[in-house]
Design a protein around this ligand. Structure first.
Ligand SMILES: *[C@@H]1O[C@H](CO)[C@@H](O)[C@H](O)[C@H]1NC(C)=O
Ligand SMILES: *[C@@H]1O[C@H](CO)[C@@H](O)[C@H](O)[C@H]1NC(C)=O
Ligand SMILES: *[C@@H]1O[C@H](CO)[C@@H](O)[C@H](O)[C@H]1NC(C)=O
Ligand SMILES: *[C@@H]1O[C@H](CO)[C@@H](O)[C@H](O)[C@H]1NC(C)=O
Ligand SMILES: *[C@@H]1O[C@H](CO)[C@@H](O)[C@H](O)[C@H]1NC(C)=O
Ligand SMILES: *[C@@H]1O[C@H](CO)[C@@H](O)[C@H](O)[C@H]1NC(C)=O
Ligand SMILES: *[C@@H]1O[C@H](CO)[C@@H](O)[C@H](O)[C@H]1NC(C)=O
Ligand SMILES: *[C@@H]1O[C@H](CO)[C@@H](O)[C@H](O)[C@H]1NC(C)=O
Ligand SMILES: *[C@@H]1O[C@H](CO)[C@@H](O)[C@H](O)[C@H]1NC(C)=O
Ligand SMILES: *[C@@H]1O[C@H](CO)[C@@H](O)[C@H](O)[C@H]1NC(C)=O
Ligand SMILES: *[C@@H]1O[C@H](CO)[C@@H](O)[C@H](O)[C@H]1NC(C)=O
Ligand SMILES: *[C@@H]1O[C@H](CO)[C@@H](O)[C@H](O)[C@H]1NC(C)=O
Length: 693
């Protein structure tokens, strides 16, 4: 049994060796091993351990990523005097000899990421210092400490972009980046930085600074006025304090997400900030605490020690927000914090806001006052809070006139104030899922004086997407969607919504395209499920119900997507692919139904349809004699069993019937014979003649 395998693997080895030799030979004779396009040579991932020497002298770009080069020698790239861009990422580079770049005075971009340059960094530093035109350098992933970095960068005053991400830098001070006066962009991501001491003072042109994924505990006296983007996400920052000054900061994007901020950051008073990202911190506002008055004037003092001098900064954390001009802010992300209310006038400070994310906080009430029209706001996410109330002081012009997406999912809302949507003339999407809402109008319940509260979405003409999943909908009256033109409606996880039939969806027959009825207690006995009127419907989710037969109305719909998972269907109709449905369907989900293994004709024909993707085809199973098997690969015994059951059934009956018939025949004969004797006896006795037999 082993011999053929051995033979096979030998052949494979020989083949591989032959291939290797061939490739090597091709490489030696022609530089075609590298792909040459105009003045760019690409030699990535070719197991090279040195720079190929026989490329065109004229090349300007040389890519040698993903090879095994260990040393870049003095003569390595000497021939390529026009080189402007050299990339040696992902090699095993330990050393660049001091004279390696003496002939490459025009080199502008050098990528040395993911090598081992820590090994002999001082020699490498000497090599780099011979590059007067270098603009962009990537030293990411080289196990470099801050001292090594400062040596490597010592003479690189022409640099505009530098990455030292993924190294082992722990401290930054004024010696780390001296001379980098032209630097615009600096990436320090994924190091171990926990202390920064005047490290950026010489970097007068720096615009983008990325220090994400470090261990910075706080940022005090932030004073980089020329910086445009500061990314300090994923650190351990508890405080962010900008310098108290009226200088105009160029700051546009500040990413403080995934830190441990306890207070809203103290931002520069004047800045161009348009994106403020504070996601996943521990922020809250504290003025409304029980002891508010005693806290009103509380300030925090920061002691800043620098060498001999000590400065004290006093910050009043409660009204600090008022000192910053946030008139240019467009995106504010405060999701995943501990916010339970917003201070008065908080949003009034941000007239340009277009996106406000307050999801995953502990808000109990959301109040829009007259001074906070949020005229530009298009996206408002209040999902996953404890909201039981929305309150608006309706001014003449209306609130939220630009709102397009309103996410209220997973709250405790029962009502939305009447007239709330009167002024939202652009709203397209409302997510009310997982609240305890009902829609107006409600069925009048006899004996109840007033109806329970409800949400009125009638007449919101722009509304196209609505989610009411898990709202406990019940007792829907007629025409709750009147005047809307919904295309997407999610009614999933509503157990009682459909008990009275589908009449209340009647206003949507022309527009509805995507409908989810997942987990809505639909069963084949609910008489009134008939979607034949919904001719625009292209996507229907009926999963998680208890359908026992394939609903007949489906056949005439021209759906693209149909989800039938988690039902009780024993089979689909044989002719399903010939119906309008079968001709339009592109995507179908079928798993978790108790299909009968002997009635899979429909399954075979569905699989033949080329355009149709059975997304969960791997998981479709069928049952046969209390066994569950994959419908894709029916075992032979089951196939035979089914044949036996179906095709030869007639024969079976015949075979079964034959002995029975014979038995019956014999029985009749015996009975007949015995009866005959008895009859004879009876005749004789009646006639009174006794004669012995
Ligand atoms: C490489 O060149 C540098 C500077 O020209 C020289 O100091 C060094 O000795 C050379 N190294 C080798 C291995 O030739
Ligand atoms: C660094 O390079 C120099 C000169 O090439 C060599 O003498 C020395 O041994 C190297 N050091 C290490 C740690 O590789
Ligand atoms: C920096 O350049 C100067 C001359 O321009 C040279 O003397 C010095 O050795 C260089 N420093 C490093 C670390 O290469
Ligand atoms: C780099 O900075 C040091 C000290 O600040 C200075 O002596 C040296 O000349 C500078 N080198 C260049 C190339 O600017
Ligand atoms: C900040 O850096 C992290 C990590 O690289 C990144 O995911 C995030 O998008 C960056 N933030 C911004 C605003 O670019
Ligand atoms: C709030 O006031 C009570 C008594 O009035 C006091 O015991 C408590 O320490 C105060 N809490 C704070 C945070 O000031
Ligand atoms: C807070 O400070 C204001 C003046 O800054 C003062 O009028 C007020 O009495 C102070 N309140 C408390 C509770 O100390
Ligand atoms: C302390 O304040 C003085 C004067 O405002 C300023 O010159 C100095 O740089 C500050 N020191 C620190 C450590 O902030
Ligand atoms: C601290 O101050 C003393 C005298 O005031 C001075 O001699 C010393 O150099 C200073 N130390 C530092 C680190 O500035
Ligand atoms: C805020 O800054 C804008 C310009 O960015 C300016 O027009 C406006 O007057 C400033 N507001 C305040 C209160 O300083
Ligand atoms: C609303 O937010 C929830 C979770 O916070 C999210 O799952 C859902 O996709 C959002 N809805 C819309 C329409 O974006
Ligand atoms: C079906 O919906 C009900 C609430 O309407 C929910 O409790 C249940 O978890 C849902 N079932 C599934 C399987 O999602």
């Amino acid at each position: 049994m082993e011999a053929p395998f051995l033979g096979l693997s030998l052949v494979l080895v020989l083949l591989a060796a032959g291939w290797g030799n061939g490739a090597g030979a091709a490489w030696a004779t022609s530089p075609g091993g590298c792909r040459l396009v105009q003045s760019t040579a690409t030699c990535n991932g070719r197991w090279l351990n040195s720079v190929p020497r026989n490329l065109q002298d004229e090349i300007e770009e040389l890519f040698l990523d993903d090879n095994t080069i260990q040393v870049l020698g003095n003569a390595s790239v000497l021939a390529y005097r026009k080189l402007r861009h050299l990339s040696l990422s992902k090699n095993r580079l330990e050393l660049i000899e001091a004279g390696a770049f003496l002939g490459s005075q025009g080199l502008r971009v050098l990528s040395l990421a993911d090598n081992l340059l820590f090994t002999n960094y001082s020699v490498t530093a000497a090599a780099l210092s011979a590059l007067p035109a270098l603009r962009k350098l990537d030293l990411a992933g080289n196990h470099l400490t801050e001292d090594m970095v400062s040596v490597l960068l010592w003479n690189l005053s022409s640099l505009e972009s530098l990455s030292v991400a993924r190294n082992i830098i722990m401290r930054l001070d004024s010696s780390t980046f001296t001379n980098l006066t032209q630097l615009l962009e600096l990436n320090l991501e994924k190091n171990y930085i926990f202390e920064i001491d005047q490290a950026f003072e010489g970097l007068q042109r720096l615009q983008r600074l990325n220090m994400a994924y470090n261990y910075i505990p706080c940022i005090a006296e932030f004073d980089l006025t020329q910086l445009r983007v500061l990314n300090v996400s994923n650190n351990a920052i508890e405080w962010f304090l900008a310098l108290e000054s009226d200088a105009l900061f160029e700051l546009e994007v500040l990413d403080l997400s995934h830190n441990q901020l306890l207070f809203f950051p103290v931002l520069p008073r004047q800045s161009k900030l348009h994106s403020l990202l504070l996601k996943d911190n521990e922020m809250s506002f504290y003025q409304h605490l029980a002891n508010a008055t005693s806290l009103a004037n509380v300030t925090v003092q920061f002691l800043l020690i620098d060498g001999n001098s000590t400065n004290v900064t006093t910050v009043s954390l409660w009204d600090e927000i008022c000192h910053s001009n946030l008139s240019s802010l467009r995106l504010l992300d405060m999701s995943q914090n501990q916010v339970w209310y917003l201070p008065e006038e908080f949003l009034a400070k941000m007239p340009s806001l277009t996106h406000l994310k307050l999801n995953q906080n502990c808000l109990e009430m959301f109040h829009l006052s007259e001074g906070e029209p949020l005229a530009m706001l298009t996206d408002l996410d209040l999902s996953q809070n404890h909201l039981s109330e929305l309150r608006v002081d309706l001014p003449v012009g209306g609130v939220l006139p630009s709102l397009q997406l309103f996410n209220l999912s997973t709250n405790r809302l029962q009502v939305i104030p009447a007239g709330f949507f009167t002024y939202t003339r652009k709203i397209t999407t409302i997510d009310l899922s997982h609240n305890r809402v009902d829609l107006c109008p409600q069925q009048t319940v006899a004996g109840k004086a007033e109806n329970p509260p409800c949400v009125d979405i009638r007449g919101i003409t722009t509304l196209t997407h609505l989610s009411l999943a898990g709202c406990g909908l019940q007792g829907l009256g007629s025409h709750p969607f009147q005047g809307t033109s919904l295309t997407h409606l999610d009614l999933s996880d509503n157990q009682e919504a459909l008990t009275g039939g589908l009449g209340w969806l009647q206003d949507l027959t022309l527009t509805l395209q995507v409908l989810s009825l997942r987990n809505t207690s639909l069963s084949s006995t609910v008489v009134d499920i008939d979607f034949s009127g919904f001719q625009s419907l292209i996507c229907l989710d009926l999963s998680g119900n208890s359908l026992t037969i394939f609903p007949a109305f489906l056949g005439i719909l021209k759906l693209h997507t149909l989800d039938l998972r988690d039902n009780c269907l024993p089979a689909l109709p044989q002719d399903v692919i010939w119906t309008p449905l079968g001709k339009s369907l592109h995507e179908v989900y079928l798993s978790r139904n108790p299909y009968n293994c002997c009635m899979l004709g429909w399954w075979d024909s569905l699989q033949q349809v080329e355009r149709l993707h059975i997304r969960d085809g791997q998981e479709v199973t069928c049952s046969y004699a209390s066994r569950t098997v994959s419908a894709r690969a029916l075992p032979e015994p089951i196939l035979q069993g089914c044949q036996w059951k179906t095709a030869d059934l007639a024969l079976l009956y015949l075979v079964l019937a034959l002995p029975t018939c014979l038995t019956l025949l014999v029985a009749f004969a015996i009975i007949f014979l015995t009866l005959k004797q008895k009859l004879l006896k009876m005749v004789k006795s009646r006639c009174g003649v006794s004669s012995p037999y």
